[in-house]
Design a protein around this ligand. Sequence first.
Ligand SMILES: Cc1cc2nc3c(=O)[nH]c(=O)nc-3n(C[C@H](O)[C@H](O)[C@H](O)COP(=O)(O)O)c2cc1C
Length: 202
Amino acid sequence: MIDPEVQKTRKPTYEINPLFVNRWSSRSFESYEIKDKELFALFEAARWAPSSFNNQPWRFIYAKRGSAHWDSLFELLDDYNKQWCSDASALMVVIAKKTFDHNNEPMPTNQFDTGSAWENLALQAVTQGLATHAMAGFDHKKARKNLGVPDEYDVMAMVVVGKRGSKERLPPSLKEREIPNGRKPLSEIVMEGKFGNKVNMK
Ligand SMILES: Cc1cc2nc3c(=O)[nH]c(=O)nc-3n(C[C@H](O)[C@H](O)[C@H](O)COP(=O)(O)O)c2cc1C
């Protein structure tokens, strides 16, 4: 079932599993202590994503709030993201191996495939009553240096995971943005046969 809160702003034009629209990137988090079992289930879901040659280029570096590693991930974030992330349960940096394991040749789809792993993780989180939010707003170079990421991996994104909190916890400027957003119509993103060919869709 589509969450009543989500239904107000998200109306799929074709029937789909509600999971897809129930995932949205909120910013308010309760200060919830996530169990390893819950967190590791998210990585388990990510693990089953498809990838070219089944190379599985995705890697995740995580820190739970309150752990010895939390500060070293948190300090990578830009000021905008820092203002709403501090109560989240865990932070992670998602990286993507640039080469195939079997021959060391460049893997052209490493970022595409790592993107599908992140989406698996985000959808699994919804099924566990958790929320995720991906972020590009962090210092990529510092992440590589401070976390010891080797050159053969791309630093892609950071992700925050937690239990969604009330929007009252947010500063005023973020409160009004704390609603599930919409999407471009299908007719703008789908083409039949050739670029630019419009399709008659709802
Ligand atoms: C790779 C990536 C980077 C993002 N970076 C940020 C960010 O730095 N800060 C932020 O508040 N939201 C960030 N977002 C969240 C997007 O704004 C959000 O996914 C988009 O508006 C769609 O909304 P939804 O995820 O709620 O469906 C990012 C999302 C992705 C996928």
